[in-house]
Structures are given as structure tokens and as C-alpha cells.
Ligand binder design. Structure first.
Ligand code: CDP
Length: 251
């Protein structure tokens, strides 16, 4: 039996006072569920967290969940190309998700069988294997169920690859962020350098291309812009400009 759980607050109904900690007045915003999709390093996490902070919403970066399952598979020496083994592992895990919320939104946290793996989610071996794990149907079924439970009480921005097209098909607002590969590779390199790590731009570019290829061509829930999504090409926009466009669309 699947023992996957959302955060303890998953089914909780939040009051306006409790959740209305953003700078926008609650009455001025129509969209309660906001889906933000896009390819690797298109800015979904940074933008999604800022949008949520401005609205006083919670933020869920669903990529963290796929990365956490990948971490568990590697930790247990499971062959990530063995879909059956990855599926069996996923249904045996207890997955708890810690959503960011408030003015300074923390990265989405994931606890696997009681172990907080958040700090490991950007490890190079997780990065290299996550697209293989996330193409397994059972992995997606399990994680999507948690994501939907977390969204049930509304007031949430959720970032991923399939949020508008599969997870929250009735989201109040769907956004698809895009950017050229070169810009995305440069942004990821800047992120790594800001974190004090080395950045090899050609290697980053190759990894983005490889992940984009697997994510866009997989049989289950491939990366795609949902019908009706607001398309934003972010090549020449700052993060703040992208946030403003989304807030305008959410009003
Ligand atoms: O931050 P970045 O865009 O590089 O990646 P991420 O959003 O953390 O997602 C990591 C990987 O998880 C992606 O390359 C996909 O393979 C997978 N993923 C997915 O399949 N569906 C989602 N909703 C989110 C992530």
C-alpha cells in the first residue's frame, strides 16, 4: 500500500487571516490555484516562490519531489532504468512535503521515511538521474496524488512540468515559462556560482538538453504547455518582470 503523505496541512482549510500574509490585498486576486510549467532552469521555482510570497499563498516546487524519489533510489542502490523496481520503491516510501510560505519562501522540503533530504536534491547524481525516475508512471501517479491533496485547499502556486496539463487541469491560472537553452544554462551557472559551486557552462547546457529531451518525449505526462496557458518568453525579462506579468494575469 502506498504510504505517501502530503504535509500535515494538506487537507486543512486555511482562513484568510492565516494565509493572507502577502502584500496584495486578498480581494484583489482571483486566481487561487496557479500552475507554472516550463523546461529546466526556466525560472519556475524562483518566480513561483516570489508570486506565492506576494499573494500570501503556499508554494510547491514539484521538481523537489521527483528529485527526492531519485535520491531514495540512488541511496538504496536501485537501478533507475528498472521501472518496476523504481515503482515498487516509490509505493513503499513515506513522503512528507514541506511547503514554503510567508514573505521569505524557503525551498520546498522533502522528508523520505523520516529523513530530511532537502539538502541533497541538487546533488549532481540526483540531477543526472531524475528524468529517468520521473518518466515512471507509478512515480508520477504517487506524487501527483500528493500534489493534488496539497492543492485542495487553494491559495497555492505550484511549479513543474505537467501542473497545468495533468495535476491541476482546473487551475485558475496556467503559466508556461520558456527561455532559450543558452539563457537557461547561463542562469543555472549563475545559481551554482552564487552557491559557491563551480559552473561548467557547456556541461550544464548538455545536461539541460538531455533532460529536456527525456522530459518532452516521455510517454506519461510529457512537458507541454497546457491549453489556455499564458506563455511568457523570459529571455529578455528579469525575474521581477516575470513575477509582475503573472500577478497581472492572476488579478
Ligand atoms: O529546476 P529544474 O527546472 O532544473 O528541475 P526541477 O523542476 O527540479 O525538475 C527536475 C526533474 O523532475 C525534471 O527534469 C523532470 O524530469 C522532473 N519533473 C517532472 O517530471 N514533473 C514535474 N512536475 C516536475 C519535475
Amino acid at each position: 500500500m502506498t504510504r505517501a503523505h502530503g504535509a500535515a496541512e494538506a487537507g486543512r482549510i486555511r482562513s484568510e487571516e492565516e494565509a493572507g500574509i502577502g502584500t496584495e490585498s486578498p480581494g484583489s486576486v482571483r486566481a487561487s490555484t496557479i500552475a507554472i510549467d516550463g523546461p529546466a532552469a526556466s525560472g519556475k521555482s524562483a518566480v513561483g516562490a516570489l508570486v506565492a510570497a506576494r499573494l500570501g499563498y503556499r508554494f510547491l516546487d514539484t521538481g523537489a519531489m521527483y528529485r527526492a524519489v531519485t535520491w531514495a533510489a540512488l541511496d538504496r542502490d536501485i537501478d533507475v532504468r528498472d521501472a518496476g523496481a523504481v515503482a515498487a520503491l516509490t509505493t513503499s516510501l513515506r513522503i512528507d512535503v514541506r511547503l514554503g510560505e510567508g514573505a521569505a519562501i524557503e525551498p520546498t522540503g522533502v522528508v523520505i521515511d523520516g529523513v530530511d533530504v532537502t539538502a541533497c536534491l541538487r546533488d549532481p547524481d540526483v540531477e543526472a538521474n531524475v528524468s529517468l525516475v520521473s518518466r515512471v508512471a507509478e512515480v508520477r501517479r504517487t506524487l501527483v496524488a500528493i500534489q493534488r491533496a496539497l492543492a485542495a485547499s487553494g491559495r497555492i502556486a505550484m511549479a513543474g512540468r505537467d501542473i497545468g496539463s495533468v495535476v491541476l487541469t482546473d487551475a485558475d491560472l496556467k503559466v508556461y515559462l520558456d527561455a532559450s537553452r543558452e539563457v537557461r544554462a547561463r542562469r543555472r551557472a549563475d545559481q551554482l556560482r552564487a552557491a559557491g559551486e563551480q559552473a561548467d557552462v557547456p556541461a550544464i547546457l548538455a545536461d539541460l538538453e538531455r533532460r529536456d529531451g527525456i522530459d518532452s518525449s516521455r510517454a506519461v505526462s510529457p512537458l507541454t504547455a497546457a491549453r489556455g496557458a499564458v506563455m511568457i518568453d523570459t529571455d529578455d525579462l528579469t525575474i521581477d518582470q516575470v513575477v509582475e506579468r503573472i500577478l497581472e494575469a492572476a488579478a
